[in-house]
Design a protein around this ligand. Structure first.
Ligand code: BTN
Length: 231
């Protein structure tokens, strides 16, 4: 495992994309803080010192659908967090990891498309040693430090993430989905999804082989949602 650490970056995902052709697969880009960390819909990701911000450059053979990569990473993070005896861990499609319904980590996978090579990076923002969140996040977010009342070593957790991610990425898509269903708790619920500025209502029915969400609409028709935010 090669880790390239920075005291500050705009975004580890942007840096990973920039470096992807120069460094070996499984290189990890880490920053102590980010000035323009982003998540889905380019929404800014709260990235002060204390949290963990990393992006992993995956080997080209792992360029499976980004949605499935997001799900796989979510499972790996659940396995890491379980080691800290956290209770009430869950996943919210497509990229939230939660403790007691509060977001503790976010995942953002992106593809790098070169001339021949297509590979993926997976970015993880994990609220490790964050003491305070801005007002708008206070009710929605938590950190390991807040949950455990102690500091966590970011370096140790990176090793654990990598170990678990390597294991999960060896699983078949069926197994990944089976594991994902265990922790995803919007399944079977009536949800509204905002996708491409449209609202769709339905029952979260299942996930397809690629990790997309299948909604059951009022007229009983099934609709696949590739990307969006469950509200
Ligand atoms: C989300 O929940 O919308 C995903 C958030 C992903 C944030 C991480 S922090 C490390 C990496 N660098 C970024 O700019 N984003 C990801």
């Amino acid at each position: 495992m090669k880790i390239i650490s920075y005291s500050e970056l705009g975004s580890t995902n942007s840096e990973a994309k920039r470096l992807s052709r120069e460094v070996p697969p499984w290189t990890i880009i880490v920053a102590e803080k980010q000035t323009s960390g982003y998540g889905k819909k380019k929404k800014s990701w709260f990235s002060p010192i204390g949290g963990l911000y990393l992006s992993i450059i995956l080997p080209p053979k792992f360029s499976f659908p980004l949605s499935l990569l997001n799900l796989a990473t979510g499972i790996a993070l659940i396995k890491v967090l379980k080691k800290y005896y956290l209770r009430n861990l869950s996943l919210k499609w497509p990229n939230d990891v939660r403790v007691r319904e509060k977001k503790i980590a976010g995942i953002l996978s992106e593809n790098i498309i070169g001339k021949k090579l297509k590979s993926s990076i997976v970015g993880i923002g994990l609220n490790t040693n964050i003491n305070y969140f801005p007002r708008e996040l206070q009710k929605k977010a938590t950190s390991l430090k807040k949950e455990l009342k102690r500091e966590i070593k970011n370096r140790k957790i990176i090793e654990s993430i990598l170990r678990e991610l390597k294991k999960v990425l060896k699983m078949s898509p069926e197994k990944i989905l089976k594991e994902y269903r265990k922790y995803e708790n919007t399944l079977e619920k009536e949800v509204t999804i905002i996708t491409h500025n449209k609202k769709i209502k339905g029952k979260a029915f299942d996930f397809d082989q690629e990790g997309n969400l299948i909604l059951k609409l009022k007229n009983n028709k099934l609709k696949t949602v590739y990307w969006g935010e469950i509200v």
